[in-house]
Design a protein around this ligand. Structure first.
Ligand SMILES: Cc1ncc(C[n+]2csc(CCOP(=O)(O)OP(=O)(O)O)c2C)c(N)n1
Length: 563
């Protein structure tokens, strides 16, 4: 049931409707695409949208609006915008907003709200959106006067993108969007340059010059700060080897000879051992997250630390840094001039990388997902963008695909949101329409936002979906196998629907493969098709992801099983 929408009283001359100011503010912020779903309390804004230059993408669930906006933001570097009504519309946005919060993605989330006169009365579709979102946004606004709309929106975009990026909520009561205000000039904010600490540069340079085994620990903050070029300049100058977190993948091309691999729970042995052995760890845009560090007390036990981050509160939060830089990562990296002698150390790390390189010669005729993904990434080439869901398949993508830029790998790192893959594919395709965008999903994850196949169809978005189907919640199954004495509780998905048929019903091309001989042809068909397409890949349900560092263990205690 929609709440009644009385037409507002006639405006005074020079006055403009609040909803119109919302649309103008979004246009002024440079938003091209916005992702949303209408409903009662946000209807005035939808009314004003028609005729604007904004391109609205009607998703089929608000969670997908937030997740698509998240991916759009990661690829473009601009704040993603999502839009929903009050009550259930707002609560459906929550997972996507939390996802952006955990991965520091700039986002402006707009929700309708019941009229201010009804707030606090348990009115139809009323929920305390401001209160609910408080822990998962960088900032929130509840707008009470239409005249505040222009500067609230300008502030929201500024806050979402400045420093450490994150989501900002704007809650818009219906009488505010239905009310009138006079257009006002906006003050222009000049971002203040952060003073650069030359003492810290000198201290860091001294540590780098003295190090024998320095190592870069690259996180997602590098991409968020668009600092990958500065990082590459630094690596080209110094030849210091690097490891990356899940979110840091691609900031240094994974094919680069100085790149040793992903570290952490599912990181490579070579990367985790390099961290164990290094004497200087230069942490850039990373936060010593437990999935990366394993048991923190045992992490980089021999290393001094230099920490660069956009967010001052991260410096020294989990690991003391000898030198910390809060602020502009690019300026800091370009400010260093030390020239360490790292030839022997780099060769040592590279030797380990060769020695422990993954093998792809799995026995049997079944499809070995890591081999399939490696071939796929090689064939798709450097321009491709991979989005993924959460589970074993996500880790196989991180381990076996190649990334030449951070925007080529979109994953829900901090929150671990099943259902991210397809909406993220939508956001990525709108951000880079000419890119080959591939979503790798698991059968559990895919079902969480399967309705977005309809969005793909409607906008003819040529997303290439690789559905790795093990008829299980695979990653949970692996943990039950290793840490719960094989008590396999509630992980069976063997009654999955016939995925190809489901895709066909949504009007999407689809096919299934289940033996190794079909892989090359399947990949060729997937990459050669112009529209949206699903390749359903059946694999052995017992296949696990290796290596794995058990929770709360040091990273060097990796479990590894090979055939
Ligand atoms: C929304 C959500 N619910 C639950 C989880 C916990 N979880 C992590 S991985 C996983 C299994 C994923 O299964 P699937 O998508 O089939 O991928 P697979 O591990 O089999 O590759 C679950 C349930 C989660 N990350 N997100």
């Amino acid at each position: 049931m929609l709440s009644p929408a009385p037409r507002p009283p006639a405006p005074l001359p020079q006055q403009v409707l609040g909803a119109q100011l919302v649309v103008e503010a979004l246009e002024a912020a440079g938003s091209e695409y916005i992702f949303g779903y209408p409903g009662g309390a946000i209807m005035p804004v939808y009314d004003a949208l028609t005729g604007s230059s904004l391109k609205h993408i009607l998703v089929r669930h608000e969670q997908a609006a937030a997740l698509a906006a998240d991916a759009y933001a990661r690829v473009t570097g601009q704040a993603g915008v999502c839009l929903a009504t009050s009550g259930p519309g707002a609560t459906n946005l929550i997972t996507g907003i939390a996802n952006a919060f955990m991965d520091s993605v700039p986002m402006v989330a707009i929700t309708g709200q019941v009229p201010t006169t009804l707030m606090g009365t348990d009115a139809f579709q009323e929920i305390d959106t401001f209160g609910l979102m408080m822990p998962i946004v960088k900032h929130s606004f509840l707008v009470r006067d239409p005249a505040d709309i222009p500067h609230v929106f300008a502030e929201a975009f500024r806050i979402a993108t400045m420093g450490r990026p994150g989501p900002v909520l704007i809650d818009l009561p219906k009488n505010v969007t239905n009310g009138f205000a006079t257009r006002a000039e906006l003050p222009v904010h000049q971002p203040k340059a952060i003073a650069f600490d030359s003492d810290a540069v000198a201290a860091a340079d001294a540590l780098i010059a003295a190090a024998v085994k320095p190592l870069l620990y690259v996180g997602g903050g590098v991409a968020m700060a668009r600092a990958e070029d500065a990082l590459r300049r630094f690596v080209a100058r110094t030849a210091i080897p690097s490891v990356a977190t899940l979110k840091g993948l691609g900031s240094i091309p994974t094919d680069d000879p100085t790149f040793i691999g992903m570290l952490g729970m599912h990181g490579s042995r070579a990367a985790n051992i390099a961290v164990e052995e290094c004497d200087l760890l230069i942490c850039i845009g990373a936060r010593f997250d437990d999935r990366a560090t394993g048991k923190l007390a045992s992490f980089a036990p021999n290393a001094k630390v230099i920490h660069l981050d956009a967010d001052p509160s991260e410096i020294g939060k989990l690991r003391r840094a000898e030198v910390g830089f809060a602020g502009d990562i690019v300026a800091a990296l370009d400010g260093f001039s030390a020239q360490p002698h790292v030839g022997d150390w780099l060769a040592h790390c590279q030797g380990r990388k060769r020695l422990w390189a993954p093998r792809y010669d799995a026995p049997g005729q079944g499809i070995y997902a890591p081999a399939l993904l490696k071939t796929l990434a090689d064939k798709a080439g450097d321009g491709a963008i991979f989005t993924c869901d959460v589970g074993l398949h996500q880790m196989w993508v991180a381990q076996h695909c190649r990334f030449s830029r951070p925007q080529a790998h979109l994953t829900s790192g901090g929150l671990g949101t099943m259902g991210y893959g397809v909406p993220a594919g939508i956001g990525a395709l709108l951000a880079e329409p000419d890119a080959t965008v591939i979503t790798v999903s698991g059968d559990g994850s895919f079902m969480m936002n399967i309705q977005e196949l309809a969005t793909l169809r409607r906008y003819r978005l040529p997303l290439k979906i690789v559905l790795i189907d093990n008829s299980q919640l695979g990653m949970v199954r692996q943990w039950q196998e290793l840490f719960f004495e094989e008590n396999f509780s509630e992980i069976d998905l063997s009654d999955n629907p016939a995925f190809s048929e489901v895709a066909h019903a949504f009007g999407i091309e689809a096919f299934t493969i289940d033996c190794r001989d079909e892989v090359a042809g399947g990949i060729a068909r997937l990459l050669g098709t112009g529209g949206p397409i699903l390749m359903h890949v059946r694999i052995d349900p017992r296949e696990n992801v290796w290596p794995l560092v058990p929770p709360n263990s040091p990273n060097v205690e990796m479990l590894e099983k090979r055939w």
